[in-house]
Design a protein around this ligand. Sequence first.
Ligand code: CO8
Length: 258
Amino acid sequence: MAYETIIVEVEDHVATIKLNRPDALNALNSHLLGELSVALADCDKNEKVRCIIITGSAKAFAAGADIKEMSDKSYVDMFMSDFFGGEGNAIISTRKPIIAAVAGYALGGGCELAMMCDFIIAADTAKFGQPEINLGVMPGLGGTQRLTRYVGKSKAMEMNLTGRFMDAEEAERAGLVSRVVPAKSLMDEVQSTAQKIAEKSLMSSIAVKEAVNRAYETPLSEGLLYERRLFHAMFNTEDQKEGMAAFMEKRTAQFRDR
Ligand code: CO8
């Protein structure tokens, strides 16, 4: 499918989705989020895709939801269209692993989009923030919820109340991003991480993603039981037999997602 606001490339089992509204610093409007939802659903269906990267430009991952699109809307408009509700659900219901490769600004909805991905690798130029308070509003796609879970109450409260940006180093220290790399090597690092994931059994990747996400939704005892049952279930797969045989035979496993 031809997209207008994103660019999708699939290579070596990795789909790279580049947000592409350079004139608006990749501000997220309904059109872009609609196309992103379709692209992610396509990636889930496409057997060639085993890992997904979402990225932006060197200057901006995304500078937030599109203020120009939202500014004239009323409460009724927002409520009746459940503004960005469907798109947000489409992103988080993607089953395959998604890495956010963030350089430059990840603000407002941009920071929230990065947090909806499974993990974030940041360039040393990245800046994260929830500046909605400066616009007389507040976050609406997880900035008060996911950010609090990632970085704790104190930092989340400060960022949401003041609109202060967090640089990449602070974001790594706070646990928001898994790793910071030099801007010029961001895409190489993220590609090679995605490649490592793509080489695993897709069944294992999906089960890991479900189990880690479960940690946010359930008490520890339930999460541990869920994890253990998934682990047990894997002994009914060919990939478990292959993975363990390959270890004992000192060779690389050939996974077939069965
Ligand atoms: N929306 C629309 N256009 C934007 C946005 C945005 N969020 N950000 C930047 N742009 C546009 C600018 O208007 C400008 O366009 P033009 O050239 O036509 O004037 C162009 O991008 C370049 O931007 P700047 O000239 O401002 O670039 P600077 O380098 O001077 O500044 C900044 C970069 C600091 C990133 C600045 O652009 C900025 O502050 N942007 C807004 C950041 C912001 O407030 N984001 C939060 C938006 S609200 C939000 O995300 C809510 C999400 C929740 C939705 C939930 C629904 C349920």
